[in-house]
Design a protein around this ligand. Structure first.
Ligand SMILES: *Cc1c(COP(=O)(O)O)cnc(C)c1O
Length: 424
């Protein structure tokens, strides 16, 4: 006689220790019983857990990993109400764009700033608010596609602005912009620069500088994407790392004459997903008044996190920003940490290796940052992903490498735990 399967309810209750809510366990119990083998239920609990959003350790060596949410950051907010749209001075209705954006504007030397959902929305809003049914001049060398299907010509079309392309793929001059703007048929509202972000054209190339495009008689908008606030990096004791060399920064782009800059919150800024528009007060205000601004506005959680981040930058405390901490930690320090993990895993065949980390996130495509990794024979990525806190590693030839530069020192114990569970 075969054993009768348990009831759905009994099986679901037997899984209660997993901590998952009862309705989810009922679904899992049903699926397990339907499969003909109710003992698979505990595997299904694990499978369900893997579909939830959770903390992972980034050992890939890619600092801004798109699949891992780009910049690492935390949100520290007490539950409760906030003066999100209330002016505490007058007791009247205020603006959610009056807290973090004011600090971000100060950080990049702008008259004003607003925050939207991401940089793609920032560009879309600028074009819709300032160039609807009018021309926007862009160099053919900057009609880029950025990851996730952000294609400049398509964003332009969606915004209702009309693209006026000038120059060639490799060479565009100031005079190309000037000629397009002088032609009344183009009805040009804006000139626009778009940072090439994730690719480079090298060799016989020419692009006008921001300063060269600043006095053409129409506002210049610069989509710098990367979110570097200030090329001087005053928040870093040692100044800017050498690999940042040519990265455009918001402060210098505005100082060179751009009327507006747009950038992401979760790239080199090191914050949550957001888009920042900063620059001339009247143009920023025109963006804020446009109906799309309501649809693209960020929530209080994001604005709170950005305010904390902006305060940290103003305190010049780069070491308190996880992105800048990992970007600037010395190779010697990484080596010391790697040795400590090896010592903590005596039964695992781990080697300390020199590696190269990369900025990632569609920024600085040719840059490598010297780093230190832990290397294991063979492809062990799936086992490391299965750890209690999943560890993401990368494959290098026939070894699996966990790069320590992208791992917060406080997570070294998690690496040791994950490595320690590997069968040699
Ligand atoms: C990354 C990037 C974007 C898109 O930014 P999101 O915040 O992902 O929307 C737009 N423009 C440039 C130049 C970028 O580098």
């Amino acid at each position: 006689m075969t054993e009768r399967p348990p009831s759905v309810d009994a099986l679901a209750r037997s899984l209660a220790e997993s901590g998952l809510p009862h309705p989810v366990l009922v679904d899992i119990a049903r699926e397990a019983i339907a499969s003909g083998d109710h003992t698979v239920a505990s595997d299904l609990v694990e499978t369900f857990r893997r579909t939830t959003l959770q903390r992972v350790v980034n050992g890939t060596g890619t600092l801004l990993h798109t699949n891992l949410g780009r910049a690492p950051h935390g949100v520290h907010q007490e539950p409760g109400f906030r003066n999100l749209e209330l002016d505490l001075e007058t007791g009247e209705r205020g603006s959610r764009q009056s807290h973090a954006p004011r600090l971000l504007a100060k950080l990049c030397g702008a008259e004003a700033a607003i925050v939207v959902n991401n940089c793609a929305s920032a560009v879309m809003l600028i074009l819709a608010a300032l160039a609807r049914d009018r021309g926007v001049v862009v160099s053919r060398g900057e009609l880029v596609e950025i990851g996730g299907g952000f294609r400049v010509p398509e964003v332009m079309e969606q915004s209702g602005a009309r693209l006026v392309e000038v120059g060639t793929t490799n060479r565009t001059r100031r005079s190309d912009f000037a000629r397009a703007i002088e032609n009344p048929a183009n009805d040009v509202a804006l000139a626009m620069q778009i940072h090439q972000s994730n690719y480079r054209i090298t060799g016989f190339t020419e692009m006008p500088s921001t300063a060269a495009l600043a006095d053409l008689g129409v506002p210049l908008v610069s989509d710098i994407g990367s979110g570097l606030l200030d090329a001087a990096c005053p928040w870093l004791d040692g100044g800017p790392p050498s690999w940042l060399a040519d990265e455009p920064a918001a402060r210098q782009t505005l100082a060179a004459g751009a009327q507006l800059v747009a950038f992401s919150g979760d790239k080199l800024l090191g914050g949550p997903q957001a888009g920042i528009i900063a620059g001339d007060a009247e143009l920023v205000s025109a963006c804020a008044r446009h109906p799309l601004a309501r649809a693209l506005r960020p929530g209080g959680l994001v604005l709170g996190a950005l305010q904390d981040l902006a305060m940290t930058y103003l305190h010049r405390d780069g070491q308190a920003i996880p992105f800048w901490r990992m970007a600037t930690v010395s190779v010697d320090e990484l080596r010391r940490r790697a040795d400590a993990v090896v010592a903590a895993c005596p039964n695992v065949d781990l080697a300390v290796v020199e590696t190269m980390a990369v900025p990632g996130g569609g920024t600085l495509p040719t840059v490598e940052i010297p780093s230190i990794g832990l290397s294991l024979h063979g492809d062990r990525r799936a086992e490391l992903r299965a750890a209690a806190t999943p560890v993401m590693a990368r494959i290098a030839e026939d070894t699996t490498v966990c790069d320590l530069r992208t791992i917060d020192p406080s997570d070294d114990g998690l690496i040791a735990d994950a490595m320690g569970t590997l069968a040699s």
